[in-house]
Design a binder for this molecule. Structure first.
Ligand SMILES: Nc1ncnc2c1ncn2[C@@H]1O[C@H](COP(=O)(O)OP(=O)(O)OP(=O)(O)O)[C@@H](O)[C@H]1O
Ligand SMILES: [Mg+2]
Length: 460
């Protein structure tokens, strides 16, 4: 579809930027200063346990939920005041949300009725008029924003007073939050007015025939050809999800929000849909923000993953970085099965755990500092040479994983997980070795330690 409506707002700023976003439901803080900066064309995944705030972040970007505080920027402009349909965003939900009374084709066509494209012969004067108007709108918005700034400064000064009662403080803060929403309106004022103008003078609805073409093209893209007239109620889960995808894509959004769209599908269809999603995202150069709590799905699909924990972004980086350099034990645990050791930094290049001192590439910690050491199962080698053994243990369990074996190796009172292609028998004594860069050292995760202590006390 190359008849794309000219889109406003384009520049080099991130396509989405959340700045210090706070979301409170009644007294509960659900998002606690979330910062995320997403570039155009990225496949971003929000990964985290149930209740961590993934859906809330998505709903805030989609405009279905208001922030309590903070900014939601789209190409640099705060859009937190904009209604969902004014945002260049489309959402796909886990339960498809198709219209049961419409067939496949008409489900896809649904959103297209609102779509507009440029008129064919537009007098040049219309564009000139727009330019003049835009100057006026910009000026008006600037004046309004300046006034708001002044008022906000006054409230902020009031807040600086330490002796304020909590009630007063909350009141001033809520005034500031309100003003911030008004500010967002004026930030987008020129664009909104421009859109109105375009609607009136520069664009038109698309015709029934153009609609048919768009639908045909998109059906081909998502692999739905031949199913035009089918009743959506009788489609399989995978096919339903394709219809939902087509319906979202056909209106050509800049950003697609996907909230666990594949979690209801069985493994095989799920894999197929993963490939389809990634293909389409790259082909159309769209920005995808995808929610899952399946770490493998996240690692396979994403350009970058934001790990969400208790309403905070714990780490935001590429799958490889996340796997190789998790910021703490909690993230490491969430991303892959691992061996963790309570460790103490000895000095640059030396670390102690399991009562032994090992070489490490890490230099950055303080002597005596308590750390978490991580070694991935696939980095542990079973060697024949006893003199190279870093640890000696006994295989107590073995499972075959297709092309490799997983072993549980008992070393003193600890089980060490080993993944390797060589076959060994349960009961055998083995010598464990690893490369110097296989030890990942991380600062102790105090929050997790406290939680672990608590659950230990509860279990006693
Ligand atoms: N409308 C609401 N009112 C009150 N609390 C809410 C509301 N919506 C969400 N919450 C709370 O906010 C927290 C985050 O919810 P959210 O749905 O964003 O989590 P999630 O990461 O998407 O979880 P899941 O993986 O289970 O979908 C939860 O504790 C939830 O109970
Ligand atoms: Mg959710």
């Amino acid at each position: 579809m190359d008849r794309k409506v000219r889109k406003i707002n384009k520049n080099d700023e991130p396509i989405i930027q959340l700045v210090d976003v706070v979301k409170e439901f009644e007294d509960k803080t659900v998002l606690d200063n979330v910062n995320l900066s997403i570039e155009k064309g990225e496949f971003i995944t929000l990964l985290g346990p149930s209740g961590s705030g993934k859906t809330t972040i998505l709903r805030i970007i989609g405009g279905f939920e208001w922030v309590t505080r903070g900014e939601v920027k789209f190409f640099g402009k705060d859009i937190k005041d904009l209604a969902p349909h004014k945002r260049d965003v489309s959402t796909i939900f886990q339960d498809y949300a198709l219209f049961p009374h419409l067939n496949v084709e008409n489900n896809i066509k649904y959103g297209l009725r609102l779509k507009r494209i440029p008129k064919d012969d537009i007098p040049k004067s219309f564009y000139n008029k727009l330019k003049v108007q835009q100057k006026k709108w910009t000026k008006k918005a600037q004046t309004e924003m300046k006034n708001l700034d002044k008022t906000m400064d006054q409230y902020e000064k009031l807040l600086e007073n330490d002796k304020l009662s909590k009630k007063k403080r909350d009141k001033y803060q809520s005034w500031i939050d309100d003003l911030d929403f008004k500010y967002s309106y004026w930030e987008n004022y020129k664009d909104l007015k421009t859109e109105d103008y375009e609607k009136r003078y520069l664009t038109r609805r698309i015709t029934e025939k153009e609609m048919d073409n768009d639908v045909k093209e998109i059906m081909k893209l998502v692999g739905l050809e031949g199913n035009e007239k089918k009743n959506v109620n009788f489609l399989s889960g995978g096919m339903k999800q394709r219809v939902a995808l087509a319906r979202s894509l056909v209106i050509e959004p800049e950003i697609l929000l996907l909230d666990e769209p594949l979690s209801a599908l069985d493994a095989k269809i799920r894999e197929k849909m993963q490939i389809l999603l990634r293909d389409i995202q790259q082909k159309l150069k769209l920005t995808f923000i995808f929610v899952t709590h399946d770490r493998n799905e996240a690692l396979q699909l994403s350009d970058r993953i934001a790990v969400i924990r208790d309403g905070k972004v714990e780490q935001f980086t590429t799958p490889k970085e996340l796997y190789d350099y998790p910021v703490n034990k909690w993230v490491a645990n969430f991303i892959g099965d691992s061996n963790f050791f309570d460790a103490t930094f000895v000095k640059g290049g030396k670390v102690k755990f399991m009562n032994k001192t090992f070489d490490t590439i890490h230099e950055e910690f303080e002597p005596g500092e308590r750390l978490d050491a991580l070694i991935r199962p696939e980095d542990v080698m079973i060697t024949r040479v006893k003199s190279r053994a870093k640890l000696i243990g006994e295989i107590v369990k073995s499972t075959y994983g297709g092309s490799y074996y997983n072993y549980d190796v008992q070393v003193k009172d600890k089980i060490i997980y080993v993944e390797t292609s060589s076959k060994h028998n349960v009961g055998k004594e083995v010598y464990l070795d690893w490369d110097i860069d296989s030890i990942h050292l991380m600062k102790k995760d105090l929050k997790l330690e406290a939680e672990e202590k608590e659950s230990k006390i509860e279990n006693e």
